[in-house]
Design a protein around this ligand. Structure first.
Ligand code: SF4
Ligand code: SF4
Length: 420
């Protein structure tokens, strides 16, 4: 109803319930300015397939303390939403590349703001515009040209088997169906420490008498981290290549040591026509530990780092712990941030190839933060079951001055040590 201004009588003061109210109250403040937030940037993101949930944030801040990047800088979905409302162009902003897609924010977010979908969607646009940090662009090009992010020769992809110490069956040579097809992936095939862990796992498979084979030079990168870093086209091309290669052979299950490959093959390849039963080696090994006849007691304290893409992304927390607890002489000590609340090594979502970029934005690398936590437990060994982590954590042990205090070992290496 319109207000009839003639009806308004302004008095100098009135007494209400014995309390004097002066009219000064009404004259104390200037007219309040209500401003409209700039919604262009938010609209640009929510228009993308996968970007929709960015607008659901209601700034509750539950994601802030759990974001591993916020732990060493100022970051998280809440901050990004706030920046967007102030008109910051995320498609052209360094904040686009800091998220490791660790999923810890989604775990606690009451509105299900999903950075695992938002980040790849926005990054895909940025990649198409050429707004990519140089070191990541180099990795995209190496992957495209050589089939792996390190730029190693595709012909050398199976060279690691020569030093494995046991015979490793290669599918195109054995020409028979197998129970398990081991999808080795890039770091386990090429990286020095990755190859040592692969050799250890091959030895375990031999002792167990597992019927398995690898693809060797026919295999290419699963490309999950490149997909999350925005190179969706490259991912699709490589997924099609690997699915076509899988179709040449008969097998019951795919075995992986890399949680990133697990994630790609289990959740993404089905969208491209490749539907497989995929098993992480920790899940495979846990029920078989009593068959390994481990005779040597290691007598060490071990702490364990949950890989984001095994734990939060694929729900496996118990298997690696069951493996470690079955090794004689291992005293397993948990870090404060473990299982669902595990900290991130910084390698996911393209972070594996952004260390130089991140150094300009955070007070310390995520891997360094994690190594310090591992050292505080008093453990002799930081056990891992992701091929990104051995190199990341070994570097971090050196850069934090903890050489000689903490060793980083793959769970397969610990098993082999206990074989005596
Ligand atoms: S937890 Fe979710 S809703 Fe709350 S501030 Fe973070 S992103 Fe926004
Ligand atoms: S996914 Fe992880 S790194 Fe990315 S914003 Fe969420 S908590 Fe932070």
């Amino acid at each position: 109803m319109p207000v009839d201004k003639k009806q308004i009588i302004e008095k100098e003061s009135v007494i209400v319930d014995g309390v004097e109210l002066t009219a000064d109250w009404n004259r104390m403040f200037e007219q309040r300015v209500i401003f409209d937030y700039d919604t262009d940037m938010m609209d640009k993101i929510t228009d993308l397939a996968g970007g929709e949930s960015m607008a659901w944030c209601y700034q509750c801040a539950q994601c802030v303390p759990v974001c591993p990047v916020n732990n060493v800088g100022d970051y998280g979905p809440r901050k990004i939403v706030r920046d967007l409302s102030l008109g910051i162009d995320l498609f052209n902003d360094d904040n686009l590349w800091k998220c490791t897609t660790c999923m810890n924010c989604l775990r606690v977010c009451p509105k299900e703001v999903d950075m695992i979908k938002i980040m790849p969607a926005v990054r895909e646009e940025a990649v198409m515009e050429g707004n990519v940090p140089d070191e990541l662009q180099e990795v995209f090009e190496s992957t495209f040209e050589y089939g792996n992010p390190m730029g190693e020769s595709q012909r050398k992809r199976a060279d690691w088997v020569k030093d494995a110490g046991v015979e490793v069956p290669i599918m195109k040579e054995i020409k028979k169906p197998v129970d398990y097809l081991w999808f080795v992936e890039c770091y386990p095939a090429y990286h020095g420490r990755g190859k040592e862990a692969s050799a250890a796992f091959a030895k375990i498979l031999t002792v167990l008498g597992t019927d398995y084979g690898i693809l060797g030079t026919e295999e290419k990168c699963s490309c999950d981290s490149q997909r999350l870093a925005g190179e969706v086209g490259l991912f699709e091309e490589f997924a099609e290549h690997n699915i076509k290669t899988f179709s040449k052979y008969k097998f019951n299950k795919i075995l992986v040591t890399d949680p990133h490959a697990l994630n790609a093959l289990r959740k993404e390849y089905p969208k491209h026509g490749g539907d497989y039963d995929v098993v992480h080696y920790s899940t495979f090994l846990a029920p078989l530990m009593d068959k390994l006849n481990l005779t040597k007691s290691l007598d060490i304290k071990v702490t364990f780092h949950d890989p984001c893409y095994l734990g939060r992304h694929n729900g496996e927390y118990d298997a690696p712990r069951n493996v470690l607890n079955a090794i004689p002489g291992i005293d397993l000590i948990e870090m404060g941030r473990c299982r669902e609340q595990s900290y991130c090594c910084g390698g996911g979502g393209g972070g594996m190839w952004l260390d130089g970029f991140m150094a300009d934005h955070v007070s310390e690398r995520l891997s360094e933060n994690r190594v310090k936590e591992a050292v505080e437990t008093g453990a002799d060994v930081l056990a891992v079951c992701c091929p990104y982590e051995v190199s990341r954590f070994e570097d971090a042990v050196k850069s934090t001055g903890n050489e000689g205090k903490l060793l980083v070992k793959d769970i397969a290496e610990l098993i082999v040590e206990a074989m005596g």
